[in-house]
Design a protein around this ligand. Structure first.
Ligand SMILES: [Zn+2]
Length: 456
C-alpha cells in the first residue's frame, strides 16, 4: 500500500512537505518553511512523523518554502540522502546558511523566530544547515535513478528558478506499480534567463500533485511590466529621485539585471545611470547563475555602472546620492537592507518604490502596495510620499494557462487523480474548475494539512 501525507502546501502556499510510505521505503518530497500569518507557527511544531524513519528525501528547488525546514529534519534525526539538481544544491546551500544565520542573530538578541509568533526559538543553527548540505546528492535532469530498490526517480525541468524540477516517482509496490508526479513549482512558458518547463519528456503518471498558486489567474506579459518599469525609472530619474526595488535574491534579481542590461544596450535607459545591487545574498546567487548559464564571452548580467554593494557602510553611503536605482532585499521589505533605504527614502516625493513580486499579508510591502500614507519602521512613523508601484508581470510562477499546458501531455487513461496543492483554498478551487472545463479532468482533490491519502 502507498500513502501520501500532506505535511504542508495543502490549502496554503508554503511549507511544501509530502511524506510517501510504501512497502519499498519511506521518503519525503521537499521540507519547506511555512510563511505567513496563519501558518508560521507550524515551523515550531514537531513533524508529524519521526524524521529518523525517513529513508531518503528529494528536493524540487531551492526556495525557502521548499527547502527551509530540512535542517530541522536533520537536527531531529534524519540522516538519509537528499537528492537535488546541482544548481539547486548550490542555491539551497546559500539559502539555508542565510536562514540559519538570521535565526541565530535573532535568537541571540531575543527576537522571536518569526513575524507572527512570539516565541524566541532557534529551530536550527548553522551547524544543522551545514550537516544538511553534506547530505545533498546531485542528480541530472532526465536521469532515472533508484535510491532504494523498487523506487525509481526522474527529475524533469520545471522552469521557475535555476535548477527547479518536477519529480516523477515510480514505485514497484507489492500490489502493483504506481507513478506519482510532483510538479514542484512550475515556471512560465517563455522564461527570460533559464530554460522553460520541459514538455518533451513523456510520462503517463497515475497521480499528479499540481501547483495551483495562480489557479484561475492570468499574468500580464513580462514585456508590459518591463516597459512599465522603465517608464517609472526614467520619470523618477528625470525629477532627481531614486528608484528603490525590493527584490527577491533568487531569480527576480537576475531578471532585473537582465532587463537593465538590455535597456542600456538599446538606449531605453541611459548608460550613466548607476544601479546598485545592495544584497550580499543576491550577489552570491547571481554568481551561481553566472557559473551555470554563462556560455559565451558576452556578460549575462553585467553592464556599465552596475555596482555590487558588499559592506554595510557602503550601503549607508548610498543615501547621499540622487538619480540612482537601488535593488535590495528583502523582496517584501520585511527585512534586509531595503528597510533602511525606505526609512530614509519614503518621505521624499521625488522617489519611487517599485515592488516586483508577491507581497504577503503582514509584510511592509503589502501595507505599502495597499496605499498606506504612513508606515512604522523601528520606533518611527514614516510618511509615505514616494510613488509606490506594484508590477505583476515578473512572476517566476506560471499561471492557469501554464499549469494546463504543463498538465495536458501528462493526461492519459492511467491518470487516477490530480491533487491541487501549493495554493490558498480558493485558488485551488478555481484550478479544479478550470481543469474540469478546459481539460475534462474531473478527478481532482484538494488535500488538507496532515491528511493521509491512500493511493489505490
Ligand atoms: Zn518556488
Amino acid at each position: 500500500m502507498i500513502t501520501i501525507e500532506f505535511g504542508g502546501a495543502a490549502e496554503t502556499v508554503t511549507g511544501s512537505n509530502f511524506l510517501v510510505k510504501s512497502s519499498r521505503g519511506t521518503f519525503i518530497v521537499d521540507c519547506g518553511m511555512f510563511q505567513g500569518p496563519d501558518v508560521e507557527y507550524r515551523n515550531l511544531e514537531d513533524f508529524n512523523y519521526d524524521p529518523s524513519s525517513v529513508d531518503f528525501a528529494v528536493l524540487t528547488h531551492a526556495h525557502l518554502d521548499h527547502c527551509g525546514l530540512f535542517p530541522k529534519l536533520v537536527r531531529e534525526g534524519f540522516s538519509g540522502k537528499i537528492y537535488a539538481t546541482t544548481s539547486t544544491i548550490s542555491l539551497a546551500t546559500e539559502i539555508l546558511l542565510d536562514s540559519a544565520k538570521i535565526q541565530e542573530n535573532n535568537f541571540k538578541r531575543g527576537i522571536p523566530f518569526g513575524k507572527f509568533v512570539d516565541e524566541v526559538k532557534l529551530i536550527y543553527n548553522s551547524k544543522d544547515a551545514s550537516d544538511t548540505i553534506s547530505q545533498f546528492v546531485s542528480v541530472n535532469f532526465r536521469d532515472t535513478f533508484e535510491p532504494v530498490e523498487g523506487i525509481k526517480i526522474t527529475f524533469i525541468r520545471a522552469g521557475h528558478v535555476l535548477g527547479a524540477a518536477s519529480v516523477e516517482v515510480e514505485i514497484d509496490d507489492v500490489d502493483g506499480k504506481r507513478t506519482i508526479l510532483f510538479s514542484g513549482d512550475i515556471g512560465r512558458a517563455k522564461e527570460k534567463i533559464i530554460d522553460s518547463y520541459d514538455l518533451v519528456y513523456k510520462s503517463n503518471p497515475d497521480y499528479i500533485l499540481l501547483e495551483s498558486l495562480y489557479g484561475g489567474m492570468f499574468h500580464p506579459p513580462i514585456e508590459d511590466s518591463t516597459q512599465d518599469l522603465l517608464n517609472i525609472v526614467n520619470e523618477t530619474l528625470e525629477r532627481g529621485g531614486n528608484v528603490f526595488i525590493p527584490s527577491f535574491a533568487l531569480q527576480r534579481t537576475q531578471l532585473l539585471l537582465t532587463i537593465f542590461k538590455h535597456a542600456k544596450l538599446n538606449g531605453s535607459l541611459d548608460q550613466d545611470v548607476h544601479v546598485w545591487l545592495d544584497s550580499p545574498l543576491a550577489q552570491r546567487i547571481t554568481n551561481i547563475y553566472l557559473k551555470s548559464l554563462q556560455q559565451t564571452d558576452e556578460p549575462l548580467f553585467d553592464f556599465p555602472n552596475l555596482h555590487y554593494v558588499k559592506k554595510y557602510k557602503e550601503s549607508i553611503k548610498l543615501r547621499k546620492h540622487k538619480g540612482q536605482i537601488i535593488i535590495a532585499g528583502s523582496g517584501m521589505a520585511d527585512g534586509g537592507r531595503i528597510v533602511e533605504h525606505l526609512f530614509h527614502g519614503l518621505k521624499n516625493k521625488k522617489n519611487s518604490v517599485v515592488f516586483v513580486g508577491y507581497q504577503a499579508e503582514g509584510t511592509m510591502g503589502r501595507v505599502l502596495v495597499e496605499g498606506t500614507k504612513k508606515v512604522r519602521i523601528g520606533t518611527k512613523n514614516i510618511p509615505v510620499n514616494a510613488r509606490i508601484e506594484y508590477l505583476h508581470g515578473f512572476s517566476a510562477h506560471g499561471d492557469t494557462v501554464d499549469y494546463e499546458n504543463w498538465l495536458e501531455p501528462k493526461k492519459s487513461d492511467n491518470l487516477k487523480k490530480v491533487f491541487l496543492i501549493h495554493a490558498e483554498k480558493e485558488r485551488a478551487i478555481n484550478m479544479k474548475n478550470h481543469l474540469k472545463d478546459e481539460l475534462d479532468i474531473a478527478n481532482t482533490y484538494i488535500p488538507k494539512w496532515k491528511e493521509v491519502v491512500k493511493l489505490d
